[in-house]
Every structure is written in C-alpha cells, then in structure tokens.
Design a protein. Structure first.
Length: 362
C-alpha cells in the first residue's frame, strides 16, 4: 500500500497550514545566518535552493523568499528554486504562485523556479547542484509501512497521556523508530549526493518534546472518530486494526542521532551546526483563546489535520463501498468531538530541527 499520496489539494492544504508556517517561521533566522556562511566561490554560476515536501507551495514559496533575500545580501548570481514533493502531490497551486506575473511569487527576474516530483528519500537532483536544501513538516511521513497493522491505535507514537485511549507496545514503537532512523539516513545520503561541499541542509519536522507532542490531541480525536465508525457499523474491528497513519513524531535526540552515530556514513557526510526542540503558538488556538468561538475552533482544528490525514485514510479504506460517506463521517465526527470536548483534545505544536553543513568528501 502506498504510504500517502500527499495532502488534500485544490488549495485546501494552503488554506489550512498556518500552524506549519508558524513552525517554519521560528527557524527562518537560522537560514539568514547559514546563508551568510555559504561559500559562493568564483566557480558558482547558479545558487541552488531546494525545498523537499513543498505540498501546494504557499509555505514553501514564503520560506524561499526569505532565503532569496538572504542570498541577495551578498550575491547577484542567478538563483534556482526547486520545490519538490511526491509525484501525486497537487502542484497546480504552486505553479500559479510561481508564475512570473503572480503577486505571491518572487519579485526578482534572476530567480528561476521549477518543481520536481519524486520521493525525498531518493536522490532527485544532479551532484553538486544544491547550495541550500530544506524540508519542513514532512520527513515524519515514513517511506514505508513497516508493519501490516497497528491494532491498538492509529499512530505509531501512541495516544496522549491525557487521553490514554488505545495503546502501542514498546516493540511496535521500536519498529517505527527504526524506520524513522533509516529514513533519516536515506534522506541525508540523498541530499549529500546533491549538495556542494559546505552546502547547508535544514531538517525541521513536527516532533515530540518532554511535555507535549504535536500528535497529542489531533490523533486522539481522529482515533475516537474512527472508533465511532466501528460502533456505527461503517467499518468493522478488523478494518480498524489494519488502519494506521504511517507518520512518526521524533524527539530532538532521534533527529540528531544519525549525525553522531560513528557506525553511520551520515555522521561523516555532515557536521551539525545547530539543533533545537521548540514549541510555537498555533494561530487557531490563539484565536480561540481570544474569541471563545468554539465552532470556528473546531472547524479550523479539524481542517488543519484533515489536510494531512485524509489521503492516508482513503488509501487504507480504498475498497470501502461508501468511501466518501465514511470519510465525511470521520471528519464530521472529529469536528463534533472537538466542539464538545475541547480540553480532551488540547493541541500543541512542538517541532524539532537540525541545521547541517555538507563536509568535503574524504
Ligand atoms: C505537512 S506537509 C508539509 C508541507 C510544507 N513543507 C509545509 O511545511 O507547509 C508534508 C508534505 O510532505 C510530503 N511528503 C510525504 N512523504 C514524502 C516523500 N517521501 N517525498 C516527498 N514528499 C513527501 C507530502 O506530500 C506533503 O506535501
């Protein structure tokens, strides 16, 4: 089974990804400093900036603007921005944004843009063609489904402490942690093959901190809604047992680990320059705190996670005879549950990030 086909397209992800932009914005100052440290020597003819897991492009274009501005402080070389995602991603909004007459695009006639479809776990670009590679809120989507079923809960990280409904065993969790580790190594190797020596790699992703995890609340409500579908007879218990979202929420230690593992070639390919686990404010939570408008909160919260979970739900239940009705039920029920029990599904956005520099080949 395909792991995911991407986010909901037709502008839905763009419209419901302000929390991700909040998490991106936190590390943007890292980019400024890192661009300063780039060596754009006399042999450089084009500066290559690539964002992996760009989705529909609103956030990808926003962060590329920041990178372009940082490069422009020291160089007027042509810049190529590349925005990459799965071949099944909806790239149409991205192309509209990048069109030369688009107000949302780059206001610089020495910037040339392209999109590349492919898996970020493969090499997608020529050797020595990239100066700065980024990925935001994406590498937690695993490259593979390492087990056929996860009967106790719909996510490898398991339920929140607060909700505690369902369980994932230690042995199951380890299988996914290992998959996440292997994925990170594959990603780093692929980028090492594309980056110039001294090139920068910023890996940022939703994660797990000491107190909160970004999966808490949202997967609890999705899990509860899917269990309600079992109770309603829309799916049976076996269907629930085989359904899970192949996404892993790493701790900062897990994100850093391959870059310090003496057994891994990856630790020789890169030097770690900066790393952090951080929490950012979530716009729909802030809005709710201001207005106490529970209907708006429940709708914004549900649309936010629907944008990145619906495709996986559909793939898992692809043979369901009334798939659309089932999917509508799950997200309507999720929204209703958030509306009725907002404290039960409290949400925090925790992210982890590392900034790396490509070492010279030994
Ligand atoms: C939550 S979105 C993040 C989009 C954007 N970077 C942001 O922060 O708003 C995750 C993106 O990762 C993409 N993705 C998942 N697995 C991928 C893979 N193996 N290769 C490339 N992109 C992948 C999805 O298609 C999706 O567009």
């Amino acid at each position: 089974m395909q792991v995911t086909s991407g986010m909901i397209g037709h502008g839905f992800y763009n419209d419901n990804s302000a929390p991700q932009l909040s998490a991106i914005s936190y590390v943007l100052p890292w980019l400024d400093a890192a661009v300063d440290g780039l060596d754009l020597g006399a042999e450089t003819s084009t500066v290559g900036l690539v964002d992996f897991g760009c989705s529909e492009g609103k956030n990808s274009v926003a962060l590329s603007k920041r990178l372009i501005a940082a490069v422009r402080k020291t160089s007027d070389l042509p810049i190529q921005t590349i925005h990459s995602d799965l071949p099944t991603n909806d790239f149409s909004e991205l192309f509209l944004r990048l069109a030369s007459n688009s107000e949302a695009g780059f206001d610089d006639d020495r910037v040339f843009s392209a999109a590349v479809g492919g898996s970020m776990f493969d090499q997608l670009l020529p050797p020595n063609s990239v100066h700065f590679a980024t990925t935001f809120n994406a590498i937690g989507f695993l490259s593979d489904r390492p087990v056929d079923q996860l009967a106790g809960y719909i996510l490898p990280n398991g339920p929140s402490k607060q909700r505690g409904v369902g369980q994932v065993t230690k042995a199951e969790k380890k299988i996914f942690a290992d998959q996440a580790y292997t994925d990170l190594q594959e990603f780093a190797r692929a980028r090492a093959a594309e980056l110039v020596t001294g090139g920068k790699l910023l890996i940022q992703v939703f994660g797990a901190g000491d107190e909160f995890r970004t999966c808490d609340g949202l997967y609890d409500v999705l899990n509860d809604a899917v269990l309600d579908a079992v109770e309603q007879g829309m799916i049976n218990q076996d269907d629930y047992d085989q359904y899970y979202q192949p996404v892993y929420f790493r701790t900062l230690q897990e994100l850093r680990a391959p870059f310090f593992d003496p057994e891994s070639d990856v630790s020789r390919l890169f030097t770690l320059e900066q790393s952090e686990c951080y929490e950012v404010p979530v716009p729909f939570v802030q809005e709710y705190e201001k207005t106490r408008d529970i209907d708006a909160y429940a709708a914004a919260y549900t649309n936010f996670f629907r944008a990145f979970t619906e495709a996986v739900l559909r793939l898992n239940f692809a043979t369901h005879p009334s798939l659309d009705r089932f999917v509508e039920f799950v997200f309507d029920r999720s929204e209703q549950l958030v509306r009725e029990f907002p404290q039960r599904y409290e949400f925090h956005y925790v992210a982890v990030a590392v900034l790396l520099s490509r070492n010279a080949n030994c």
